[in-house]
Design a protein around this ligand. Structure first.
Ligand code: NAD
Length: 321
């Protein structure tokens, strides 16, 4: 009997089906909130918990199913060297994260959170004015599954959409009624800048003091991707000095967020990494992660392997497509 360790609280949260899939296919399930050791296990389903080189080198893990799409918490290099496939749940949470980004655009444009708090907590019937979204420019950095979903919604809201993604062909970007531009143009011309790139060496702190200074003083920054993309000290300074108008953040360099200068900023909205936390996204992520493990142990190459170098190794050892 294969042993699968599940290190994500939302696995099986809304339905028993993903757990039944594993049990009915002969897996013994173990659950934990963190990883002490991977020695005893054959498979791992993991959310945002770190999976290090040391853990992998001292394990009997044969496959890792990431419960989500960002693999910055997993030592991919070591997994690849050891021939361990790492699958992701491509597209399962794209609509949920995109909807959160759009919700932030609405909330920022009308200062909704502060206005609500003033009335609800302080009984202040204030005199507020915001801006319309229609006609404004949204800059999307990273035009993958989530970036595209954000773009589709923004176009429907009457926004002009600028996109920067050097890895997506310009013709493909144009098909979405959006404009492909360079990094500086997105920063300089957008009223809202929304980040949708993975956290890798190339993108780490891609938004710092210099990039913030290029943005309009009336512009807002939105980050539903990964905290490490933004220099949080530089962002807090830009927010306090009103170099930009505001920001909305779902993700932080260190989570859970405890001490941060961002807590001193009135013009920021912060949520505790809830982008993928909807019934629909969680269910889809559960099912995709469970199925990729079942397929693998039946001798099939699962879909959505991110370390593609491993696929050839699997083929050579008899795995079927
Ligand atoms: P994806 O792989 O489909 O798209 C990422 C896009 O970023 C790709 O098109 C790629 O070409 C582009 N890109 C890479 N490097 C770039 C760079 N330097 N400049 C511009 N573009 C670049 O991924 P996705 O499903 O759209 O998810 C994006 C990120 O969102 C994930 O990596 C993850 O970190 C984050 N995420 C967050 C939550 C949440 O709960 N808040 C949930 C899901 C995903």
């Amino acid at each position: 009997m294969y042993k699968v360790l599940i290190v994500t609280r939302t696995f099986g949260k809304y339905s028993n089906k993903p757990i039944e899939i594993l049990k009915n296919n002969g897996f013994e399930i173990f659950r934990s909130d963190n990883i002490d050791s991977l020695k005893e296990f054959d498979a791992l389903i993991v959310g945002t918990c770190k999976v290090t080189r040391d853990m992998l080198e001292n394990s009997s893990i044969k496959i890792i199913a990431k419960h989500g799409v960002g693999v910055d918490n997993i030592d991919l290099k070591t997994a690849t060297r050891l021939g361990i496939p790492v699958t992701i749940t491509t597209g399962a949470n794209s609509s949920s994260v995109a909807e959160l980004a759009i919700a932030y655009i609405f909330a920022l444009s009308r200062n909704l959170i502060n206005v609500h708090k003033e009335l609800f907590e302080n009984r202040i019937w204030g005199n507020y004015s915001g801006i319309e979204i229609s006609g404004k420019t949204l800059g999307i950095i990273g035009f993958g599954s989530i970036g595209k979903e954000v773009a589709k919604r923004a176009v429907c809201l009457g926004m002009k959409v600028l996109v920067y993604d050097p890895y997506v062909h310009k013709d493909q970007i144009k098909n979405f009624d959006v404009e492909s531009v360079d990094f500086e143009t997105v920063l300089k011309e957008s009223d809202f800048v929304s980040l949708h790139v993975p956290l890798v060496d190339e993108t780490r702190k891609m938004i710092g003091e210099k990039e913030l200074s290029l943005m309009k003083s009336s512009a807002f920054l939105i980050n539903t991707s990964r905290g490490g993309l933004v220099d949080e000290i530089a962002l807090a300074n830009a927010l306090k000095s009103k170099k930009i108008a505001g920001a909305a953040l779902d993700v932080f360099e260190s989570e859970p967020l405890k001490d941060s200068p961002l807590f001193d900023c009135k013009n920021v909205i912060m949520t505790p990494h809830i982008g993928a936390h909807t019934f629909e996204a969680i269910y889809k992520m559960n099912m995709m992660a469970a199925n990729s493990i079942v397929e693998f142990f039946k001798g099939q190459i699962p879909e959505n392997i991110v370390n593609r170098e491993v696929i050839e190794i699997l083929r050579k050892s008899g795995f079927k497509e």
